[in-house]
Every structure is written in C-alpha cells, then in structure tokens.
Design a protein around this ligand. Structure first.
Ligand SMILES: [Zn+2]
Length: 354
C-alpha cells in the first residue's frame, strides 16, 4: 500500500477476479461466483468492500420491478470500504482512505450544481443499480463521488449513508420541518428509525406508526414521543389536540399507508412520500383540495445531504439500527430474511473483515 500517493496503481498485485453476488435471472436466487474485477478509468477509484447494506430496492430489483438492470448484474448500493487503487487523474482520494460512495454518477461536477437533490436529467449511472455495486469484493466509483468516512464510524453503519441515511436527511429538507411541529413517521424500518432520530433532534414532536410491539419499542427508543399502530389513530388525533399532524413521512408507500397519512394530517399539512411501490392510492381529492394538503415526493438526496448524513452520524445524532450482519456467502438467506419483514432495522452483508 502506498498511503498518501495519488499515483496510478493499475496493474498492481490485486487479483484479476473477485467473489461477487450475481443475478442471472429475475425472481431467482443470486449466485455467488468469481467474476472479473472492475477496471478503473483515470478519474476512478477501486474500493475493497468491507460491508454493504441490503435495501428494499434490492428486493424489487431481484423481482425485476424497479430499475430493471441488464442481466447479469451485481447489486449493492450501501457499500463502504477501503481505497486500494486510484486512477491517474485522481489527486484527492488516496490508497487506504475509508470511503462511502455517493451513488449518482454524472459527467464532471454536475452533481455539485444542485447539491441538495439527486441529479435526474444529468445522471448517467447509479452505483448498484445500473452499474455493478457493493455485494462483491471490489467496486469502483469516480473519485468525485466518494466521501471519506471518519474513523469513529464503523463500516457497517457508514455504508448506510448512501441510501438509508441520505434519504432520511433529504426527506427532512423536503418537508421543511421546523421545531415544534408534529410529525408522523409511518414504517419503522432502516430509514424510518433514522427519520425519527433526525426529527427528534430538530425539535419536532414525533409520532411513529408501526405494526408490532417490537417496532413501537424501537421507535420510542429512537426518540418518538408517541408510538402506535395504524388502528390506534384516535390516540394520534388526541395527541395533536384534534387537529392532526403538521407532517407525515410515508416510508412504506402503499395505498393504505398513504391514506392513513392523509387522514391524520391537519389543514395545510405536508405528506412526504419516500417508500416506493407500484400502487395507485385511492385518496379522496376533496381531502387534498379542501384541506390544502401538500404531497411531496422525496428520493435519495444530493451530495450535500450525504455530507450532512456523515456529520450527523459523527455527532451521534443518527445511530442507524442494524438488525444483523451476515457474510457474503449467506446473501440469499439475508434477502429471504429481509423479505420476511422480520428485520428490525437494516441487514448488512460483511464482505471482508476490517
Ligand atoms: Zn436503497
């Protein structure tokens, strides 16, 4: 290792192949096999993966219902690792750096032009969806997409910056949440727990809606002032003085959760849709128009949201909940566990020990 050197290390002693999780056919198990190691371009960096979190989007991609990648493909969009090789044009990322990627790849510095939103028109690729991701021994990224991970943040938490935590941070900004406002968070999973932590730190009164007693305990532990099931909506109306909540964050994104949120918002309340499902909610438009509701979509985030996510973790404001860490060899078992709905927080794959 040549710590501190920006020199091109292509052609180094690294093996030409690597172990990776590969999807060959939609709705079938992944195959763990040897594939070619990524080759870096002059502006790119090769990262040796330590961990990578599993997101619901990975399930949708396996089923062929979201992003629909070209097969075969290597998933993984919450990776963290250590830089092992840098391209010849890279002068601010070094071998040995602990890093997480910002997922959206654009030409040049396009991603810095609107640093609070994920690029759309200018996005060329998304790591782990349209190009190979982090469920492999190595992945590559442009140097400009990398963020350094402070030493006090472990890889398994740090990798969650790329999706779970950046998404919660961006949704907070989209919502225009202010101290003293009342905010509902529905869906107590990997993102929902972080959203509760951030809203509580902002000074909001947080109401969590979950399915099980375990969910509700987690929500209270994360800072929720009230934690109830969707059937206990009368408690929410009572908690808000009969007016309804100022904000509702829907982390599930199905018809029933969206309807629950709309029913529990006050006049001119804001609903932030984060969960993504292929559903058309039957919402009464009289409710939206006569109560002047705002419905806002929120997707991942901009590179400044990622920087803020790391800062919030460094300060201890955000502590993502990790249900379990499993080895790469048990990837399919880990996916099955995510599908079961039993995970309390994120399931993280350890690709290599620290
Ligand atoms: Zn994700």
């Amino acid at each position: 290792m040549n710590q501190g050197s920006p020199a091109n290390h292509s052609g180094s002693s690294l093996a030409c192949t690597m172990r990776a999780v590969v999807l060959h056919e939609f709705s079938k198990p992944f195959v763990i096999e040897q594939v070619d190691r990524p080759e870096t371009e002059p502006d790119e960096v090769l990262i040796e993966t330590r961990t990578c979190g599993i997101c619901c989007t990975d399930i949708h991609m396996q089923d062929g219902v979201a992003y629909v990648p070209e097969l075969p493909y290597i998933p993984g969009h919450e990776p963290a690792g250590v830089v092992v090789e840098v391209g010849g044009d890279v002068n601010d990322v070094f071998v040995g750096d602990r890093v997480v990627p910002y997922l959206f790849i654009t030409d040049g510095d396009e991603l810095h032009k609107d640093p609070r939103h994920a690029p759309s028109a200018t996005v060329k690729h998304i790591i782990g969806t349209s190009i190979p991701g982090g469920f492999a021994e190595y992945f590559k990224a442009p140097a400009r997409n990398l963020l350094k991970l402070p030493p006090n943040i472990p890889f398994e938490s740090g990798g969650l910056v790329s999706c779970a935590i950046i998404t919660a941070v961006h949704a907070l900004h989209r919502s225009r949440a202010a101290a003293g406002e009342t905010a509902i968070v529905i869906g107590i999973g990997g993102i929902g727990i972080v959203e509760i932590q951030i809203l509580a730190a902002k000074g909001c009164r947080v109401i969590a809606i979950g399915r099980t007693p375990e969910d509700l305990d987690l929500a209270r532990h994360a800072g929720a002032d009230l934690a109830v099931t969707a059937e206990q909506s009368a408690k929410i109306m009572s908690f808000t003085g009969g007016n309804g909540a100022d904000l509702a964050f829907d982390l599930v994104g199905i018809a029933s959760t969206m309807k629950t949120c709309v029913d529990l918002l006050r006049v001119r309340g804001r609903l932030i849709i984060i969960g993504e499902e292929d559903e058309c909610p039957p919402i009464n438009t009289i409710q939206i128009a006569q109560r002047e509701l705002e419905i806002l979509g929120s997707r991942n985030g901009g590179i400044d949201d990622a920087r803020e996510a790391i800062e919030l973790m460094t300060r201890g404001v955000v502590t993502p909940r990790i249900d379990r860490v499993m080895p790469l060899e048990q990837f399919n078992e880990a996916m099955d566990y995510m599908r079961s709905g039993k995970a309390r927080g994120r399931v993280v794959i350890r690709v290599k020990d620290d």
